[in-house]
Design a protein around this ligand. Structure first.
Ligand code: 13P
Length: 253
């Protein structure tokens, strides 16, 4: 059975007290809603991580949104995977399209970040996704394949089995323009097939593949009902406790 995951990505939002307040609400609400085999994760800005990890307990797991590619050293302003792990985080988003776009993070850099995260016991939520141009000109399968090959297909099967993939079409992020369930399922099936070709069927079947991009309580059920969609990576809707928990609840209905 693949792990079913709903992960929130708060991005660069919420002051410290606001984050604590939102997260406390989420933990209280999720306690009553979550089924045993599914997982709720909140990926917060660095300043929140320590406190949230203590508040989350076994109910909601915590992730960071980025890490540096080196173990430690003279990299002023950066945060290492080891530091993230040390405050009780279990997850880290790697390769979000906003990092690729605004911080020029290359596939090669993201491969390094993935390895350092794994070495420090963090589970990478590794993001891939095509732009609107790439979708419209029909090159999106090649783009996604390239992102997988350069970013994570250098991993051994053992290490690959520890990561989660998130498909986030760039044109659907923060735009209110969700991929249809058919569009998302088509890509998720493609990703799983690429994993099977690179590794084997068993690894492919065990890989959790999340969908992200304008996912909300209204469209989550149809998306998550698709055979190759194992949950979501939620931006805007994760900033409202009721919406986020309603998306988590989708797996129960
Ligand atoms: P939205 O849900 O706001 O579209 O953001 C998706 C996302 O980027 C999650 O990482």
């Amino acid at each position: 059975m693949r792990k079913k995951i709903v992960a929130g990505n708060w991005k660069m939002n919420l002051e410290y007290a606001e984050g604590i307040a939102l997260f406390s609400e989420i933990v209280n609400m999720v306690k009553d809603e979550k089924k045993g085999d599914q997982l709720a994760i909140v990926c917060a800005p660095y300043i929140h991580l320590n406190s949230l990890a203590q508040l989350g307990g076994t109910t909601v797991a915590i992730g960071a949104q980025n890490c540096h590619q080196k173990e430690s050293g003279a990299y002023t302003g950066e945060i290492s995977a080891k530091m993230i792990k040390s405050v009780g985080c279990e997850y880290v988003i790697i390769g979000h399209s906003e990092r690729r776009q605004y911080f020029a993070e290359s596939d090669e850099l993201l491969a390094e970040k993935t390895i350092i995260a794994l070495q420090n016991g963090l589970t990478p939520l590794f993001c891939i996704g095509e732009t609107l141009d790439e979708r419209n000109n029909g090159s999106y399968f090649d783009v996604l394949k390239g992102q997988l090959e350069k970013g994570v297909f250098g991993l051994t099967a053992g290490d690959f089995s520890k990561i989660v993939i998130a498909y986030e079409p760039v044109w659907a992020i923060g735009t209110g323009l969700t991929a249809t369930s058919e569009q998302a399922q088509e890509v998720h099936a493609f990703i799983r097939n690429e994993i099977a070709t690179k590794y084997d069927l068993e690894v492919a079947e065990a890989t959790t593949i999340l969908y992200g991009g304008s996912c909300n309580p209204k469209n989550a059920a149809e998306l998550f009902a698709q055979k190759d969609i194992d949950g979501g990576l939620i931006g805007g809707a994760s900033l409202k406790s009721r919406d986020f928990v309603d998306i988590v609840k989708t797996f129960n209905s």
